[in-house]
Write a protein of this length. Structure first.
Length: 639
């Protein structure tokens, strides 16, 4: 067994040591090196980050991974309404607390280490390679403390000391300190028994008394680390005005709700009740809790009715987090399978020398490298977008040119993060399941036996395409973003198309030509979907150039008119993931020739996949849509 999950991973080290453009990120993170306690240059800061990665890599390898089996056996229990951690888990969480890693990316002035979000995300990967449920609980400390600060900044209740470049005051500072010190943690409470993906159906209520104090009542289920002290609760404060289910989202508000508080003697006074802890297929070290609120005092965040918008803003971080968790599981499964295959003999040789198994292992490794490229990029863009936004909010430059440049940089990063994040969540989660299943297959019968650990990885992986927005919901988001992108800027789409054509025909770089060919297939698929949308209504559109499409769409009803695109959303997402990964690996290989081999491996697999998806999208779906449409017509007639 490896003694350090960071040091034994050259692909991960490549990002920290070569690829990441640290200068702008560190400069923003360290407020241009003007803080009293912070680093004074990029080099020192990056050396510190490397130290953190090394330390987390060691804990994950020496203390988490060797205990993964025990964590899986020792379920968490609910005793007298309180969740108890088994000793093996408690020891790990005590260690994380001792090292102050719960405040890894919180600012110095709030007691944190002020590391970039990217480092926190990468630490999630390392812990997840040891045991993914440890990552889940660890993430609900730092992640929720960040959310408290983030929401407070958005609603304007955080002030900055402009001279010392530090936060003067933030609304939830006491709670943040408790979390950073490892004395409490938080959770995100959205799901209810009758509302998961369909948030418009949420029924938990937020209401005020005559003095204006807020309370929430209702039940939330399946809440990760839901035995937390601090709960972000999405609750309904306004009735929906129309029968359209999407309008229900406008009536949701975001609250911070403490589930208990302590009296002067330190006794716990319950404000909400933890009803049950779920008995799950995997993730046995992470508590999944049902919680009931009954007129529980709550803090409204932002304005009433802003709940869904606020949730979307924080959800990006969580989805990127699941992407990194997924990579951790993939890495564990690949390495376990590789080791076993190099030792197990069959028909005169080790099984890794059998063609099919060698092919599996090669594909597993290639996929992991591709997903990591995407995940690192999404975390980087998300963080840069958020930090430039912060800079503009509190330290906007007076110089107009500088201001404009910062604004356009922010938009660039935000747009890129928004485009990549659903892809990272989708492809990471799906591949974690596929790779964990392959790990079992490579182990043969031993894979199915608990003692060997391969089956645990599949049990742990299988929830990744479900929580933080299912794979289907990610696909719908990716599809919508892609099609809306064309609607908003048909000219831009046309230009991208032309550029890809040009590269495909005339680039001197063969790999660039191949990547451009994939881009063309994805653009052609998008164009096909657009032209098929609302076929009857706008049959003319097919004859028009794409630059003239904009005016057609003003009268569209997305839910009715996008049926074919919704049907193919997952296929389109798979295609867009492959193209995005190839783009990134191409960019890497141009700067770092040693990465070219990874792109070649990835392209070899992506090319037939994309061609297949292209054909599938163009040739299937209509029969099913006709059937669904007939059924809908019948329902409409009967109501
Ligand atoms: C271990 C675990 C931890 C969790 N942690 C949290 C947490 O911390 N906080 C929290 O709030 N929730 C949490 N959840 C809940 C999780 O987010 C939901 O289960 C998930 O969002 C799906 O909701 P649902 O279970 O109601 O399924 P449904 O929404 O009923 O979906 C069922 C199926 O239908 C599909 N579907 C639904 N609508 C559409 C559509 N429009 N188009 C296509 N397909 C669709 C879904 O993709 C899915 O395949 C957790 C769940 C688990 C299992």
């Amino acid at each position: 067994m490896s003694s350090n999950f960071y040091q034994d991973n050259p692909d991960l080290k490549f990002y920290i040591e070569k690829y990441i453009d640290w200068d702008p990120l560190v400069e923003l993170t360290e407020y241009k090196f003007q803080t009293k306690d912070g680093f004074k240059n990029v080099k020192d800061a990056v050396t510190f980050y490397k130290g953190i990665m090394d330390s987390v890599g060691e804990i994950a390898a020496k203390e988490v991974a060797p205990n993964a089996k025990q964590i899986d056996i020792d379920h968490l229990t609910l005793e007298n309404g309180e969740v108890k951690f088994p000793p093996v888990l408690q020891k790990i969480f005590d260690k994380i607390k001792k090292l102050d890693y719960y405040g890894m990316c919180m600012p110095y002035e709030l007691g944190g280490m002020n590391c970039p979000f990217l480092i926190f995300m990468m630490s999630n990967e390392l812990f997840a390679r040891g045991d993914v449920s440890v990552t889940a609980h660890y993430g609900f400390h730092g992640g929720m403390a960040m959310a408290m600060l983030f929401f407070s900044i958005i609603e304007g209740s955080t002030t900055f000391d402009r001279e010392n470049f530090q936060i003067k005051q933030t609304r939830f500072s006491e709670f943040i300190t408790e979390i950073i010190e490892g004395k409490a943690w938080g959770s995100m409470d959205i799901t209810e028994p009758s509302a998961g993906s369909d948030m418009a159906a949420l029924t938990t209520r937020g209401f005020q008394d005559e003095k204006g104090n807020w309370f929430v009542s209702g039940q939330k289920i399946f809440i990760t680390s839901g035995h937390a002290k601090y709960h972000f609760v999405i609750a309904r404060t306004e009735e929906s005005e129309s029968t359209d289910s999407f309008s229900g989202l406008k009536g949701l508000s975001m609250f911070l709700v403490p589930a208990y508080q302590e009296d002067k003697k330190g006794n716990r006074i319950k404000l909400a009740s933890f009803d049950s802890i779920e008995d799950k297929l995997g993730h046995h070290g992470s508590a999944t809790v049902s919680i009931s609120f009954d007129k529980t005092p709550a803090y409204l965040i932002g304005k009433r009715g802003d709940g869904f918008k606020l949730m979307l803003r924080i959800m990006n971080n969580a989805r990127i987090g699941v992407g990194f968790e997924s990579i951790g599981i993939c890495e564990a499964a690949y390495r376990m399978a590789k080791k076993y295959a190099s030792e197990r003999q069959s028909m005169g040789k080790t099984i890794d020398q059998h063609e099919m198994i060698a092919d599996y292992l090669d594909e597993m490794k290639t996929d992991i490298q591709g997903i990591r490229a995407l995940a690192v990029k999404s975390a980087y863009h998300e963080e840069m977008g958020q930090k430039i936004n912060l800079l503009l909010t509190y330290f906007a430059p007076e110089d107009k040119k500088e201001l404009k440049s910062l604004q356009s940089q922010m938009e660039y990063h935000q747009k890129a993060a928004r485009a990549i994040t659903p892809l990272v969540k989708y492809i990471g989660a799906e591949k974690a399941v596929e790779i964990a299943k392959r790990c079992i297959q490579i182990h043969g019968g031993y894979g199915y036996i608990k003692e060997y650990g391969a089956e645990k990885l599949l049990r742990d992986a299988i929830v990744l395409p479900i929580y933080e927005g299912t794979s289907q919901i990610q696909s719908l988001m990716a599809m919508k973003d892609n099609l809306m992108g064309i609607l908003k800027d048909p000219g831009g789409f046309f230009t991208k198309n032309l550029q890809a054509h040009w590269k495909n025909k005339s680039s001197h770089n063969k790999l660039e030509r191949r990547v451009a060919k994939l881009q063309l297939l994805s653009y052609s698929t998008l164009q096909f979907l657009m032209s098929q949308l609302a076929g009857k209504k706008f049959s003319d559109i097919r004859k028009k150039p794409v630059t003239e499409w904009g005016s057609f769409f003003k009268t569209w009803d997305p839910k009715k008119d996008f049926a074919l695109a919704m049907l193919h959303a997952e296929r389109l997402t798979k295609m867009v993931c492959d193209v995005a990964i190839c783009d990134l690996l191409l960019e890497q290989s141009m700067k770092y020739p040693e990465r070219q081999e990874i792109l070649e491996r990835y392209l070899e697999r992506a090319e037939p996949r994309v061609r297949y998806l292209y054909t599938e999208i163009r040739t299937t779906g209509n029969r099913l849509l006709q059937r669904l449409s007939k059924k809908q017509d019948k329902t409409n007639r009967n109501t």
